[in-house]
Design a protein around this ligand. Structure first.
Ligand SMILES: *Cc1c(COP(=O)(O)O)cnc(C)c1O
Length: 344
């Protein structure tokens, strides 16, 4: 059987979740008549400490609409990490859908400091420069290894944003991983952000759905873009019920994924040719250096039934989740050791 560490998006809905979905009360979602969707939105708004929220088909659409709410097409810039999802994995959406100038702010582990942001901002009233308008923070950082931004660092970044009149957007695709890893509640992480969202299709293990939260005015406007982009739905309670079930049953267990990721990281770090500091593995994502990463991943799956993802020529990502238990994690580490011809 395949041990699938490619991504936590690979989770499949468990029986009890499917039962909750099958039993969901439904209605016409775009008319506000789907009670299950409404319940989910109220739940996530409260979780994130925001007045309102809207259900969307994907996290990518949460970023697309979140950016569109803040960016005025025609020279507005969004400041974000170069490894962040909108930069590398949204098909150019920020420029195509919002007309945004992407202004990367570098930093270790997919995070940047307030100082780096301040230095990257374009001077106001400079006719040559784009207009700094938005800062976007990814919590946890995905491609940079599932790192948890420290709360003080987030607050300092938001302080710079506020001082310069920037809007702030929180890409919380894996915010609940940060909550479980840090003990800091979701609303604390979301405080100070104009828009924030969580995804249900990552470690939470639901098949479809993400919820974007913000002020009543912003969410009302978000509905307009949801309609425009074709994201308004009908009997979406079927999938929203899976999200509600996930909030109830799949949040606390994220700590298992984090423990498994750490065990995997510690095992891999021992192996020759692998570059990895296990101390940087804070949640469920293990990113490590490995020469010839794409070929390595192909052989690992073909010869050992273990799937990981090559992020680049020399970088591999392995993600733990609900469908990979501790035994499977040990098996995966053994498989990598066998490929490198060492015993473990
Ligand atoms: C997965 C992911 C997204 C996009 O979410 P989808 O539901 O896959 O569209 C956005 N940002 C981050 C950080 C992600 O990991």
């Amino acid at each position: 059987m395949l041990i699938n560490l490619y991504s936590d998006t690979q989770t499949r809905p468990v029986e009890a979740m499917r039962a909750a979905m099958a039993a969901a009360e439904v209605g016409d979602e775009q008319r506000g008549e789907d009670l299950t969707v409404t319940a989910l939105c109220e739940r996530v708004a409260a979780l994130l400490g925001k007045p309102a929220a809207v259900f969307l088909p994907s996290g990518t659409m949460c970023n697309a609409i979140g950016f569109r709410l803040h960016i005025r097409p025609g020279g507005d810039a969004v400041h974000l990490h170069p490894s962040s999802h909108p930069v590398v994995a949204e098909g150019g959406g920020p420029s195509a859908l919002s007309g945004a100038v992407l202004a990367p702010v570098s930093g270790e582990g997919g995070m940047f400091t307030a100082g780096a942001l301040a230095a990257a901002l374009f001077p106001a009233r400079d006719r040559y420069k784009p207009r700094s308008r938005l800062v976007s923070v990814e919590q946890t950082t995905n491609l940079a290894g599932g790192r948890v931004w420290p709360l003080v660092q987030v607050r300092a970044v938001l302080g710079i944003a506020a001082r310069h009149g920037l809007r702030a957007h929180l890409d919380g695709a894996r915010l609940m991983n940060a909550v479980v890893a840090s003990g800091v509640p979701a609303a604390e992480w979301a405080r100070g952000f104009d828009t924030a969202w969580i995804d249900f299709t990552k470690g939470l293990g639901a098949p479809v759905g993400a919820v974007l939260a913000g002020s009543a005015e912003l969410i009302e406007e978000a509905w307009r873009y949801k309609q425009m982009m074709g994201g308004a739905l009908r009997q979406a309670g079927i999938v929203a019920a899976g999200c509600l079930w996930a909030l109830e049953h799949h949040v606390d267990r994220l700590s298992d994924d984090h423990a498994n990721a750490r065990i995997l990281a510690e095992a891999l770090a021992e192996l020759p040719g692998i570059t990895l500091d296990p101390a940087t593995v804070e949640t469920n994502i293990v990113v490590f250096g490995m020469p010839g990463a794409p070929g390595f991943c192909t052989r690992l799956e073909a010869e050992h039934g273990v799937r990981m993802g090559a992020l680049g020529p020399h970088v591999v990502r392995a993600v733990t989740h609900h469908d990979v238990d501790l035994t499977a994690v040990h098996h995966a580490a053994d498989a990598v050791a066998a490929m490198l011809n060492v015993a473990r």
